[in-house]
Design a protein around this ligand. Structure first.
Ligand code: NOJ
Length: 556
């Protein structure tokens, strides 16, 4: 495991719907991705994680799959996929697929059969329960809004759906279900893919008896306490590992809602019996309130807490498991608007500062499309601008019930909606940012004339080139071993603006100092005389960090 290729990798996540449209229908597609592989190669990432590309009715943009062995018609054909894979491999790029198997679409043939009668052979593929006092079997809410149960009049029972009612949860307790999943995984592995990102994989084993959870003042309680890290989750993943994963040379990352460091040590254990690494949420949840309003607020992350969390993951997993390093993906707003400063003055510098902080840690970094350009949140103004089920449901939840006035909710959505990450990739300053010649399925961020790949690739001090440098330091430089293996120590833990840490490996030391604030700060006592500056994003002034300046020093 210590030599595993994915420990030295940098992953580039593509959200196919918004990456590049090749046929003018306004929706990104596989041919569009193939046409941009050279871009990913130029950036220096070596693994591409594709958000789901399978056949889907798109209730949740492909996270609701109706056929695991077919391609979504808007995205192309299986031949297009084969070509994408071959072209990626030809360039030395690996392809990691999104595996969404906590649930299927309600239009998947398994569910169509399952719901058809109480005694259908596939009935037990899903989680069906009798009503309790004429109502839902328990008080769980789904992750978008409303109950986690849907009543099906045909058989007069409820089925469980932790996401939308078009995403019924599979019953992993049924060995046939597990075998179906292992078979479809094997089918993709035989095609030659290089790994899986596993959607909400911590939710596949439910708490026995499906007990009520604390509703915290809301009508429904969160389903997470009853669905995450259930008693069989590690057993199921070990079975998956034995039957599929261990037979191929793969990279695996589990999306593990509600994961703690202790659980992560099991999921991503260094013996390799389950997954290679997990996505944790503690840091990204810092600006979420929970309770009734959930993430719908303008709270900012508290830097002291952020440092505590990321540092704990660094030190606790060291030598025992492996970290994923990320802030951005298709479920998170743009980090430069969320934690940085997206004003013209500091957008680029703060994007680079945050990137430095993440990329110099131990683990595998993930770059989400457009992050490498410092793409920002979008100026969404009305409900009709949104496409995301979570945002639209959230609006109705908060506004229709009178919890929040409409204008206030729209302010929160503009800050936190997942659609902020889903506006089209900004390729150049031609119409629609060069994403499509048609009408884009979601608005293009109007700032594409200033923020786009073509402009940044031509300008050596751009965010794009900075990411390129960060990636090449990890992939191929005298610092590579240190970045991969170095032990981590947090310095100045109580400082509310500076994120400073040290990495150390076989006598080599690296000091990473990031000023995550708009004020100029003195770097007292740091660094010492014999430290050499490796990288910075702003003019150097002795013992000083300018606003949003990051400096990386080495000592060997
Ligand atoms: C997590 C995915 O990242 C998100 O986009 C999706 O809505 C849910 N899982 C349900 O699949």
């Amino acid at each position: 495991m210590s030599q595993a290729w994915w420990k030295k990798s940098v992953v580039y996540q593509i959200y196919p719907r918004s990456f590049r449209d090749s046929n003018g229908d306004g929706i990104g597609d596989l041919k569009g991705i193939t046409s941009k592989l050279d871009y990913v190669k130029e950036l220096g990432a070596d693994v591409i994680w594709l958000s789901p590309i399978y056949q889907s009715p798109n209730d949740d943009n492909g996270y609701d799959i109706s056929d695991y062995r077919a391609i979504m018609k808007e995205f192309g054909t299986i031949e297009d996929f084969d070509q994408l894979l071959a072209e990626a491999h030809r360039r030395g790029l690996k392809i990691v697929m999104d595996l969404v198997v906590n649930h299927t679409s309600d239009e998947h043939p398994w569910f169509v059969e399952s719901r058809s009668s109480r005694d259908n052979p596939k009935r037990d593929y899903y989680i069906w329960r009798e009503p309790r006092d004429g109502k839902e079997p328990n008080n769980w809410g789904n992750c978008f809004s409303g109950s986690a149960w849907e009543y099906d009049p045909q058989t007069e029972m409820y089925y469980l759906h932790c996401f939308s009612k078009k995403q019924p949860d599979l019953n992993w307790e049924n060995p046939q279900v597990r075998q179906e999943v292992f078979d479809l995984m094997t089918w993709w592995c035989e095609k030659g893919i290089d790994g899986f990102r596993m959607d909400v994989i911590s939710m596949i084993s439910k708490k026995p008896g499906l007990p009520d959870t604390d509703p915290q003042g809301a009508k429904y309680g969160s389903c997470l306490p009853g669905t995450c890290h259930g008693p069989h989750v590690h057993e199921y993943l070990q079975e998956m590992n034995r039957k599929v994963l261990s037979r191929y040379d793969l990279m695996t990352v589990g999306e593990t809602a509600a994961v703690t460091v202790e659980e992560a040590k099991k999921y991503a254990n260094a013996q390799g019996t389950e997954l290679n690494m997990v996505f944790q949420f503690e840091h990204n949840d810092l600006d979420t309130r929970g309770g009734l309003v959930g993430k719908w607020c303008l709270d900012r992350m508290d830097l002291v807490k952020l440092k505590e969390i990321l540092s704990r993951w660094q030190t606790e997993l060291d030598g025992k498991a492996w970290n994923s390093l990320y802030f951005c993906n298709h479920d998170q707003p743009r980090i430069v608007s969320r934690l940085g400063d997206d004003s013209p003055k500091y957008r680029e510098r703060s994007a680079k500062c945050i990137a430095t902080c993440v990329h110099m840690m131990q683990g595998t970094p993930y770059v989400y499309q457009g992050e490498e350009l410092g793409m920002t949140n979008a100026p969404f103004a009305s409900l009709s601008d949104y496409r995301d089920i979570d945002s639209i449901r959230g609006y109705h939840d908060m506004v229709d019930s009178g919890i929040l006035p409409p204008e206030e909710m729209l302010t929160y959505m503009a800050f936190k909606s997942r659609d902020n990450a889903r506006t089209p990739m900004q390729w150049d300053d031609s119409p629609n940012a060069g994403f499509t010649t048609g009408t884009p399925w979601i608005m293009v961020n109007p700032n594409y004339k200033e923020i786009n790949a073509r402009e940044q690739m031509a300008r050596p001090d751009s965010v794009f080139h900075y990411y390129k440098t960060l990636i090449s330091l990890r992939r191929n430089s005298p610092l590579s071993d240190l970045l991969m293996n170095g032990h981590y120590t947090l310095l100045l833990p109580q400082d509310p603006e500076l994120f400073v840490y040290q990495r150390e490996y076989e006598g080599q030391k690296l000091l990473v100092a990031c000023n995550l604030s708009g004020s100029t700060r003195k770097l007292e006592g740091l660094p010492q005389e014999n430290w050499e500056l490796v990288l910075t994003n702003a003019p150097v002034e002795k013992d000083t960090l300018l606003p949003w300046q990051a400096c990386v020093f080495k000592n060997f």
